[in-house]
Structures are given as structure tokens and as C-alpha cells.
Ligand binder design. Structure first.
Ligand SMILES: [Zn+2]
Length: 277
């Protein structure tokens, strides 16, 4: 593997394990770190694998496996530290907020009857954090030799943007104009600790493209035009595509757990269909 950092393409990699989807956000759904069970499905190689955290009380196997979602020696120390800065700024506070939905979180409604909440973050901090996750999920797909939903050209633009933003200190990024492009929005549900979820892009190439990030589903606009049968392919309500709940406004959409389950199942069906192919 290359000795040069995949983000800056300049500095030498640093031999530490990097999480492609940050562990802090997925542990809200996968369970506590090192005690988790993660299933990975690889439709291309027709393989389903189970990963147990180091402290999981398992009896099935003592085999030592690489943790899914993580790779050693792909980023340099500077880029890894910069990812960490935005992860620290967002993750715990966002997880706490998500866990407060249905309890203390204030909930509003858009004109399309979509529930949402205002998040207490500067939009540029949220956008930078999520851009870095989208980019890393695409990189993970490529490293795993699986389909990457974003074109090579778009992905290179995204890399340059992630590098630029992630290397900007938080006290400076909040003084900059709000990042307008690419447009993204996020939604979640109630009780995400018990809801099914994923940590990978939706296998169907759609616009917006969908990324599952533990307790969050992220919509990433590759261009302006919504895929024709977006709702049929994904079961995601059109109201969630509204600009009113984009990350530019620091808002998060909230859907009913039944709807969440349907969307996750639809994602599974699409994966299974690839699996059987
Ligand atoms: Zn780097």
C-alpha cells in the first residue's frame, strides 16, 4: 500500500489505526467500543463476516481479525489529528443530542410536516465533520474493492475540500462564509440505540446519494436533480430533501422509527439483491 497519506497526498503515513467512519458516532448504535458486534456484508465477494470487539463476551471464536471500518497507515499524523479535532468538536455533543430526542430535545415541523431540530453547532463545523465522513466512506469502499457511489472526479474535488476545511482551525472556520456546496442534509430517529443501522453508502447510485452513518442518514447532493424514482428506491420521504433542513441551517430531520426501519430494510434488500446477483 502507498506510503503517502490518502488525504493530503503529500506527507508520509503514520502507522496508527484510523477509523473510516469515526468510532465515536457508531458506538451510539454498535454498542460500547470494544464490546461491539459488527456485521459486514460484501455483496461482490458474497461474504458476510462478523467482528467482535476485544472485550465482547464471545465464545464462537478466538480468531483475531481486523476491525471493520478501520485501517492502519492510510493517513499522516497531521491529517489524522485534524480529523480528530472535528470529531471531538461534534461527536459526543451530537450523540447526546440524538439520545435526547423524544425526551428533552425541542422539535419543530417544516411546511412538509417533517420534524426537525436545531443543532447547536456552527454549520461549517457540522459540514466539515460530515464531509470528512462521506469522503472516508468512499475511500473505504475503494479500499475494499466495492462500488464507490461518487465519481472519481467528484471524489477528488471532495478530497481537496475536506483537506482545506479540516486543516482550518475551528475558531477560524466559524468566521468564514457558510459552505454552500456540496449540499447535504441529515436525519435521525428516536431511540437510535435500538434501531438497525449501517455504516456505509447506499448501494444504489441516486441523487442525493445516501450515506448511513450509525444513528444518522446523510443525503449528499451530487447535482441539483433528484433521481426520478428516489422515493421508490430508498423509501426516503421527499420532504426530507427540503432545503429547510440542510446542514447549512444546522438542522437535523427526525423521522418515526417505523419509517427508519423501512428505510434500513430497503437498504438491506438492495444489498441482498446485489449479493444474489
Ligand atoms: Zn495527510
Amino acid at each position: 500500500m502507498s506510503e503517502i497519506c490518502l488525504l493530503c497526498k503529500e506527507r508520509k503515513v503514520y502507522q496508527i489505526k484510523s477509523h473510516l467512519t469515526p468510532a465515536g458516532i457508531t458506538e451510539n448504535t454498535y454498542g460500547e467500543r470494544n464490546k461491539e458486534v459488527i456485521y459486514t456484508i460484501d455483496p461482490k465477494n458474497k461474504n458476510v463476516d462478523k467482528y467482535y470487539g476485544r472485550e465482547y463476551p464471545q465464545e464462537e471464536t478466538t480468531e483475531i481479525k481486523d476491525e471493520p471500518n478501520a485501517r492502519r497507515g492510510i493517513f499522516c499524523k497531521v491529517c489524522e489529528t485534524d480529523f480528530g479535532t472535528y470529531e471531538s468538536a461534534v461527536q459526543n455533543k451530537l450523540n447526546e443530542f440524538i439520545n435526547s430526542i423524544g425526551h428533552t430535545a425541542g422539535i419543530k415541523r417544516t411546511g412538509f410536516y417533517i420534524k426537525y431540530s436545531n443543532l447547536d453547532f456552527h454549520p461549517n463545523v457540522l459540514i466539515t465533520f460530515f464531509l470528512s465522513i462521506v469522503w472516508r466512506q468512499c475511500i473505504e469502499q475503494i479500499l475494499d474493492e466495492m462500488d464507490n457511489p461518487i465519481s472519481e472526479e467528484e471524489l477528488e474535488k471532495l478530497r481537496v475540500l475536506v483537506l482545506l476545511k479540516i486543516s482550518t482551525p475551528i475558531n477560524e472556520i466559524i468566521k468564514q462564509d457558510v459552505i454552500q456546496s456540496p449540499k447535504m442534509s441529515i436525519f435521525t430517529t428516536y431511540d437510535t440505540k435500538i434501531q438497525p443501522t449501517w455504516a456505509n453508502p447506499h448501494p444504489k447510485e441516486t441523487n442525493p446519494q445516501i450515506f448511513f452513518i450509525g444513528p444518522i442518514v446523510l443525503l449528499y447532493w451530487v447535482n441539483q436533480n433528484v433521481t426520478d424514482n428516489f422515493n421508490n428506491l430508498t423509501l426516503i420521504d421527499k420532504g426530507l430533501l427540503d432545503d429547510n433542513i440542510s446542514l447549512k441551517t444546522s438542522r437535523i430531520g427526525i423521522i418515526h422509527p417505523n419509517q427508519w426501519t423501512k428505510i434500513s430494510n430497503k437498504m438491506a434488500q438492495n444489498l441482498v439483491r446485489d449479493f444474489m446477483r
